[in-house]
Design a protein around this ligand. Structure first.
Ligand code: UD1
Ligand code: CA
Length: 450
C-alpha cells in the first residue's frame, strides 16, 4: 500500500465570524490545522496534500513545508476540494485518506483503524461514523439490509424522518485511489450548488460496490469546529487529553480544571503543577519541580528541582535548583544559573545570573552578566538605558551589592567588591574594593593596590 492523505481546509469558515482563516484558530496553543496534519502524517501517509483556498497564504505561512499544497480556487464543496488535490498526487499512490482540517480531535489511532477497515473491505471506500443523540450539523448515515453504508444525506437535505437518524458522518474516509479519481468526476451538483464528497457513497452503491464504516467509541473525536462555541469545546477536550497524558507520564496535576498546558510543552517526572498554572509554547520543564500556583511560563527551559511560585516568565532559561518567587518576572534572554534564588518583585531581562547568586527583593537586572554567589541587595537596579541605548553591566563572583544600589551602565564591578547601601555607582569598581555614596567612591582600596 502506498498512502497519500488529503486534508481539506479551503472553506471560508463563515460561522466563525472571523477575519482569520478557520483552521488557524488555536486549540491549546496551536492552530487547529496542526492537529489534523499531525494525525494524517502519523497514520502513515507518505504524502500529505492540504487543500487551501480561503486564506491560503496565511495557512501556507504557518505550515511552511510540512505539507504539499493544492489550491481550490472556488469553494465548490468538499468533493470538488478533493478533486483539486488530484494533480498533486501521482498515480503510484493506491490509497487515499481524506480528512477535514477543522477536526483537531480526530486521532491517528482512529485513522489507523480506518485503514485496517478499508484493507478488509472488498469495496473502494470506508468511512468513520459515530452514534449520537445530538446529530445537529452532521450528515446522516443510511444503511442497507446487509449493514453496509448506502448513503450519506447532508442535514440540509434530510427528510424529517432522516433527521432522526443517530448514526452520523464523522468526516474521515479511506479510498482506493483509482476508483476515487473517476468517481469524483461523476459527482452530482447538490441542490445547494456544491459537489459533496459524501455523494461518492451513492456512486459506489450504484456501481454495486461495498462501503464499510468504522464507528468511533469516543464521540469527542468527531467534533468539527464550525463556530467558536465548538472551538471552546475542542479546547476543553484537548486540554483534558494533554493533562491526562502528563499525569500518566508521572506529572502531578493538583487541579486539572485550573491548569493550562499547551500541546507543545514537555514536563519531567515528579514535577507538581499547582492550580492556576499556564505553560505555553516551546516550554520544557525538568523533573521534581513545583510550578505555581499562579504562574505563567511561555517558551522557557526550566531544569530539575526548581520551585517557581507566582511567576511570569518568557523566553528564559532556568537551571537546576532555582527557587523563584513569589511575584518574580523573567523576560526574554534571562538565564538563571544553578541554585539561583530570586525572591519577590524581581525582574530579570537579557541577563545571566551565575550559580548560587541571590536576588531576594525588589530588583531590576537588565543586560547584565553576573558571576557566582553574588548577593544582590534589596532594591538594586541596573540603570541600563540612557534614553537611547542599552548598556551592559558586568559583576564578578562573590560581589556584594548593598541595598538600593543604582548600577549606572556601562559598568564593571570586579570580584569580591562591595557597594554600600544607597550607592550610585557610575565608575568601574576594582576587585575587592568597597564603594559608597553618591556618586560612589572607594572607602577601601582593591586588593591589587594594597
Ligand atoms: C461535513 C460533511 C458532513 C459531516 C461533517 C462532519 C460534506 C458535504 N459534509 O459537513 O457529512 O457530517 O463535515 O464535521 O462533506 N472545504 C473545502 N472546500 C470546500 C468546502 C469545504 O476545502 O469547497 C473544507 C472546509 O474547509 C472544512 C471541510 O472541508 O475543513 C468541511 O467543510 P464544512 O463546510 O465544515 O462541512 P460540514 O458542513 O461540517
Ligand atoms: Ca465542519
Amino acid at each position: 500500500m502506498k498512502l497519500a492523505s488529503i486534508v481539506l481546509a479551503a472553506g471560508r469558515g463563515t460561522r466563525m465570524k472571523s477575519s482569520l482563516p478557520k483552521v488557524l484558530h488555536q486549540v491549546c496553543g496551536r492552530p487547529m490545522i496542526h492537529y489534523a496534519i499531525n494525525a494524517a502524517k502519523m497514520s502513515g501517509a507518505e504524502k500529505t496534500v492540504l487543500v487551501v483556498g480561503h486564506g491560503a497564504e496565511e495557512v501556507q505561512n504557518y505550515l511552511g513545508e510540512r505539507v504539499i499544497y493544492a489550491l481550490q480556487q472556488e469553494q465548490l464543496g468538499t468533493g470538488h476540494a478533493v478533486q483539486s488535490a488530484l494533480p498533486a498526487i501521482s498515480e503510484d499512490y493506491d490509497t487515499i485518506l481524506v480528512t477535514y482540517g477543522d477536526m483537531p480531535l480526530l486521532t491517528e489511532d482512529t485513522l489507523q483503524k480506518l485503514l485496517q477497515t478499508q484493507a478488509k473491505n472488498s469495496g473502494p471506500l470506508s468511512m468513520v461514523t459515530m452514534i449520537s443523540e445530538d446529530p445537529k450539523g452532521f450528515g446522516r448515515i443510511m444503511r442497507g439490509m446487509d449493514g453496509s453504508v448506502v448513503a450519506i444525506v447532508e442535514e440540509v437535505e434530510c427528510t424529517p424522518e432522516q433527521l432522526s437518524i443517530q448514526e452520523l458522518n464523522v468526516g474521515a474516509y479511506c479510498f482506493d485511489a483509482k476508483w476515487l479519481w473517476q468517481a469524483l468526476k461523476r459527482l452530482p451538483l447538490s441542490p445547494k450548488g456544491e459537489y459533496y464528497l459524501t455523494d461518492v457513497i451513492g456512486i459506489a452503491v450504484q456501481d454495486g460496490l461495498r462501503v464499510d464504516a468504522l464507528t468511533v467509541t469516543d464521540n469527542q473525536e468527531a467534533l468539527g469546529i464550525n463556530t467558536r462555541v465548538h472551538l471552546a469545546e475542542a479546547e476543553s477536550v484537548m486540554r483534558q487529553r494533554i493533562l491526562e497524558n502528563l499525569m500518566l507520564e508521572g506529572v502531578t496535576v493538583i487541579d486539572p480544571a485550573s491548569t493550562y498546558v499547551e500541546s507543545s510543552v514537555r514536563i519531567g517526572m515528579d514535577t507538581i503543577l499547582q492550580p492556576n498554572t499556564f505553560l505555553r509554547g516551546d516550554t520544557v520543564i525538568g523533573e521534581n519541580c513545583v510550578i505555581g500556583p499562579n504562574t505563567i511560563i511561555t517558551d522557557c527551559q526550566v531544569g530539575n528541582r526548581c520551585v517557581i511560585l507566582a511567576a511570569v516568565m518568557d523566553k528564559a532559561i532556568v537551571e537546576d535548583g532555582v527557587d523563584m518567587g513569589p511575584f518574580a518576572r523573567l523576560r526574554k534572554g534571562a538565564h538563571l544559573g544553578p541554585g539561583v534564588h530570586m525572591g519577590n518583585f524581581g525582574e530579570v531581562k537579557d541577563s545571566y545570573l551565575g550559580a548560587g547568586t541571590k536576588m531576594g527583593h525588589f530588583s531590576y537586572i537588565g543586560n547584565a552578566t553576573i558571576g557566582k554567589d553574588v548577593n544582590i541587595g534589596a532594591g538594586t537596579i541596573t540603570c541600563n538605558y540612557d534614553g537611547e541605548k542599552k548598556h551592559p553591566t558586568i559583576i564578578g563572583d562573590r560581589v556584594f551589592i548593598g541595598s538600593d544600589t543604582m548600577l549606572v551602565a556601562p559598568l564593571t564591578i570586579e570580584e569580591d567588591a562591595k557597594t554600600g547601601a544607597g550607592a550610585v555607582v557610575t565608575h568601574d569598581v576594582a576587585a575587592g574594593e568597597v564603594v559608597v555614596g553618591v556618586p560612589a567612591k572607594p572607602i577601601r582600596k582593591s586588593k591589587a593596590s594594597e
